[in-house]
Design a protein around this ligand. Structure first.
Ligand code: SIN
Length: 284
C-alpha cells in the first residue's frame, strides 16, 4: 500500500506501526481517503498506534468508530460519559492487573470483537507496557504437519476460567466496576483454533488457554499440551512487539490475528486506560 496521507513508523519486525496523522485531522469530520489509509494500515500491520491525542470518552468512541461499529463488553461497566467506553484502572494498592496474560479479547463470545482500541490517560512512571504477538506470522511458521493437524480443530471457548465464579477475576480482586453477567460467564461457544481472517484471508492461531478451555470432544488435560504449545509458539520474541504507553496514546489492534498481554510490573503506581471494542463476526 502506498500511503499518501499518513506516515507509518514500524514498531518491530513482527507487527505494529505508529501512525502520524496529517495536521488538522479530525475524527469528527474525517476525510474518507485518510480513514481508508488508517484501515489499510491496521489490516496490514495488525496494530496501529497514535500518540499525543487528547480524547474525551465520546471523542475516543468517535475516533474508534471510524473503523467499525462499537461493541459492548459484558463484564465491566462503561463510563457515564459514553456507553461503549470502559475504564480499566489499576490503583496503587491493587496487585492484580486486568489482561495480564496472553489472550485475544473476548474470544469466548459468539461474535468476538474484531478490534480493541485502548487509550491511555494515566501511566506509571515506568512499566505498564503491553506486549502484542502476530499470530498470522506464527501460524505461517508452523510445520505443514502441525498445520494439517490443526486444520478443522475446534476449540470450546468460555469466559468461566476468568470471569466465572471460580475464575481468576472472581472476588473482585480487580477493584473494577464489574457487571454481573452469570449467564455469559459460564457460556461455552465453539470456534476454530486456527481462524481465517475475513478481510485478508490469512490464517492465524486463535486459541489461548485462558479462554479456550479444551478442544471439542477432548478433556482439558488432553488439550492443554497443544494449547500451551500454540500460545508459547505464537508469543516467541520474533512474533512480538512491545508498546510503551504515554498519556494520549491510542492503540488499535486486530483481535482476529493478535494476542496481547498487559505487563504487571508497576506495583504501587496507578494506570488508567479506556477501552472500546469494535463488533466482529463469527470466526471461521
Ligand atoms: C486488555 O487486555 O484489554 C487490557 C490491555 C492493557 O491494559 O494493556
Amino acid at each position: 500500500m502506498n500511503y499518501q496521507h499518513i506516515t507509518l513508523q514500524p514498531m518491530s519486525g513482527a507487527l505494529g506501526v505508529e501512525i502520524r496523522l496529517p495536521d488538522g485531522f479530525s475524527a469528527a469530520a474525517p476525510s474518507a481517503a485518510i480513514v481508508a489509509e488508517i484501515n489499510a494500515a491496521w489490516l496490514e500491520h495488525h496494530l496501529i498506534v497514535f500518540r499525543n491525542l487528547s480524547l474525551s470518552p465520546p471523542q475516543q468512541a468517535e475516533f474508534c468508530g471510524l473503523l467499525g461499529a462499537l461493541d459492548v463488553y459484558p463484564f465491566l461497566a462503561a463510563t457515564s460519559e459514553h456507553p461503549n467506553v470502559v475504564p480499566i484502572i489499576k490503583e496503587p494498592d491493587q496487585k492484580l492487573n486486568f489482561g495480564g496474560a496472553w489472550h485475544t479479547d473476548t474470544s469466548y463470545m459468539e461474535k468476538p470483537p474484531k478490534a480493541t482500541c485502548l487509550y491511555a490517560l494515566e501511566v506509571p512512571q515506568r512499566g505498564g507496557d503491553t506486549l502484542f504477538a502476530n499470530t498470522t506470522s506464527a501460524y505461517a511458521a508452523l510445520s505443514d504437519g502441525m498445520k494439517s493437524m490443526l486444520s478443522g480443530l475446534i476449540g470450546v471457548f468460555t469466559p468461566s476460567m476468568v470471569h466465572g465464579k471460580q475464575g481468576a477475576y472472581s472476588a473482585k480482586q480487580l477493584n473494577l466496576d464489574t457487571k454481573e453477567a452469570p449467564d455469559v460467564a459460564e457460556q461455552r461457544v465453539l470456534h476454530p483454533v486456527v481462524r481465517t481472517h475475513p478481510e485478508t484471508g490469512a490464517k492465524s492461531i486463535y486459541a489461548t488457554p485462558v479462554h479456550c478451555e479444551r478442544f471439542e470432544n477432548m478433556s482439558r488435560s488432553e488439550s492443554l499440551p497443544l494449547l500451551n504449545f500454540l500460545y508459547e509458539f505464537a508469543t516467541k520474541p520474533e512474533f512480538t512487539t512491545r508498546l510503551n504507553w504515554q498519556p494520549g496514546t491510542l492503540a488499535i489492534w486486530d483481535n482476529r490475528c493478535v494476542f496481547h498481554n498487559a505487563i504487571n510490573d508497576y506495583q504501587g503506581e496507578r494506570r488508567e486506560v479506556h477501552r472500546v471494542t469494535l463488533q466482529g463476526e463469527l470466526p471461521a
